[in-house]
Design a protein around this ligand. Structure first.
Ligand code: HEC
Ligand code: HEC
Length: 391
């Protein structure tokens, strides 16, 4: 039954209310795109078929993600990076990645590279936007920051599946003293939540345990929006503007959380080209799969993310960057590779222009594996890239 298939969602701002109207007008069968909302198995669609009530909640959450917040909603505190979640997570569909121009910045002081690293007052976030009457933190004290790090906007398609990967599955791959002497270590990021260490599932430095935590953190850090206090140390539940807190209501928070929990992973390309299978075999044999593990276990079965969600130092020697408790400079969480063909440019700061560039930028713990890649023949390299483009 394909008759009720409409145009797929494409990047369009403020189109959500129209979409919702279309959905209720046509009510297509499950698994099909609804109006310009993608269906199950399509890029940007839900993880599984949703019943009508769930679909309504999912669409309300999607609308919160898509909403342009205004000053009257509490936007900015008063600094911020953008006025909606979609403003950065938009490529190639809502919830996707963001281009270089959307990178956010962190800054701190590492004493000219000699260390120790210290946070400036107010933390590492360097906001992009603020009202003209508010001096930026870098203007208040321009001499203290001497190290900067850019962060690229990752895709959050499939974030709900990453959220539920068992902590035990992540911890099982740690090798902090390199007992198998392959030169690759790998440690889980542990975050102190009220005295209890929790495993980080999200963020370039694995700095956030769970999806709900990241939503609160992003609402505050990216948009300056306060969120309901749930007793966990992420985000902000009050600020100093005139809008009543929490600026995002408990209902809206639940809706956007529901939307992201059930925002499906990017679908595989599914190519039958034998070169793709050859590339997959090479991916394992040269050692990429040691860190980019093809799948990890969650309560609903294996999650084909191509990551171990552990921190590794793959930066060149002498790299200067942000330091967090349990995550020294240069340590980044192995990024999932599913949907990688849609999310160029690559790496935490976006300096990998294409997939080959991203691979050639692996140093440190990945030195040997990068050299294995460099030693491949041209057709082998091409096969490996074709495989990555099929993920
Ligand atoms: C200004 C651009 C920008 C905006 C706006 C933005 N994000 Fe992000 N998002 C990022 C960047 C950059 C990262 C990576 C941050 C890091 O790890 O240092 C990120 C990471 C995430 C992650 C973690 C993904 C992963 O797998 O590690 C989630 C979840 C997320 N954002 C949700 C949101 C939500 C919800 C909103 C709206 C409140 C939002 N973002 C608004 C840029 C943005
Ligand atoms: C020691 C662990 C390790 C090994 C081995 C490894 N990677 Fe990575 N990979 C990482 C980490 C960590 C990053 C993130 C680095 C950064 O952001 O600066 C990364 C980033 C990437 C990215 C960019 C992802 C994105 O979303 O920006 C690609 C593509 C990639 N790796 C592919 C490969 C391939 C192909 C191989 C084998 C040739 C490989 N990696 C080997 C740990 C590893």
């Amino acid at each position: 039954m394909n008759i009720l298939r409409f145009q797929r969602w494409s990047i369009g701002l403020g189109s959500t209310s129209l979409c919702v109207a279309a959905v209720w007008a046509f009510v297509p069968p499950q698994g099909q795109g609804q109006g310009d909302i993608p269906g199950v198995g399509e890029l940007g669609g839900p993880t599984r078929p949703l019943n009508p009530q769930e679909m309504a909640q999912w669409l309300r959450g999607r609308a919160v993600f898509d909403r342009n917040f205004h000053k009257s909603d509490g936007l900015g505190n008063p600094e911020m990076n953008a006025d909606s979640c979609r403003a950065c997570h938009q490529d190639p569909v809502m919830g996707g990645a963001g281009g270089l121009e959307l990178n956010v910045s962190r800054f701190g002081n590492d004493n000219g590279g000699a260390g120790p690293f210290t946070d400036l007052t107010g933390g590492q976030g360097l906001s992009k936007m603020r009202p003209p009457y508010v001096g930026g933190r870098e203007e208040h004290d321009p001499t203290t920051a001497d190290v900067f790090e850019q962060r690229q906007t990752p895709s959050i398609l499939g974030a709900g599946l990453l959220d539920e990967i068992f902590d035990a599955a992540i911890l099982a791959n740690e090798d902090p003293s390199d007992t198998n002497t392959d030169g690759i270590y790998g440690v889980a990021r542990l975050i102190d939540v009220g005295g209890i260490p929790e495993v980080g599932h999200f963020g370039w430095k694995g700095q956030i345990p769970h999806l709900g935590d990241f939503i609160r953190d992003a609402m505050a850090g990216e948009c300056g929006m306060t969120t309901p206090d749930n007793g966990r140390p992420f985000g902000q539940s009050t600020d100093t503007d005139a809008v009543a807190d929490p600026e995002l209501s408990p209902g809206e928070f639940l809706e956007v959380h529901f939307f992201l929990l059930l925002l499906g992973p990017p679908p595989r390309g599914g190519s039958n080209d034998p070169a793709v299978a050859q590339g997959e075999a090479l991916f394992t044999s040269i050692g990429c799969a040691t860190c980019h593990i093809p799948s990890m276990l969650g309560p609903n079965g294996p999650v084909p993310l191509y990551s171990n969600l552990l921190l590794h130092n793959v930066m060149p020697g002498g790299f200067r960057g942000m330091v967090e408790p349990g995550a020294p400079a240069g340590f980044f969480q192995t990024p999932p590779l599913w949907g990688i063909r849609h999310t160029a440019p690559y790496l935490h700061d976006g300096r990998g222009e294409d997939l080959t560039g991203a691979i050639l930028a692996h140093f440190g713990e990945a030195d040997q594996v990068r050299q294995n890649f460099e030693a491949l023949t041209a057709p082998e390299k091409e096969a490996l890239i074709l495989f990555l483009e099929d993920l």
